[in-house]
Design a protein around this ligand. Structure first.
Ligand SMILES: [Zn+2]
Length: 114
């Protein structure tokens, strides 16, 4: 797939900004989000860090997440369900779902390209 010529840094609405931040928190890749929302990876990175649209979705702080007992999709944070990555908690079930989706997409892409 070729996105490079069509990717433009367009203005995002608040719902998309919040979605991007949540997805990044769950470990989504910059590339995936870049393709999904049609903006550059740098754009996604700055949105996720709160450098862009800082007023959207409220302030983004690590403390907010530290106090959570469930992931953003409602899976409970238990010792079995937590994966520590880059010093942050990630939900194992969300990660597995994401991995599965990625694997299926890869398979579909391979089929389409054959
Ligand atoms: Zn989860």
């Amino acid at each position: 797939m070729h996105y490079s010529h069509s990717v433009k840094d367009r203005r995002m609405n608040e719902a998309s900004v919040v979605e991007i931040r949540l997805a990044r928190h769950q470990g989504a890749l910059l590339r995936e989000l870049s393709e999904k929302y049609g903006v550059t990876m740098g754009h996604i990175s700055r949105i996720a860090a709160g450098e862009m649209y800082p007023t959207y979705g409220g302030p983004l702080t690590q403390d907010h997440y530290k106090s959570q007992t469930h992931c953003l999709r409602g899976h409970e944070y238990t010792s079995e369900n937590i994966v520590i990555k880059h010093g942050r908690r990630n939900c194992r079930r969300c990660k597995n779902e994401l991995d599965n989706a990625r694997r299926m997409k890869k398979r579909a892409d391979a089929k389409a390209g054959a």
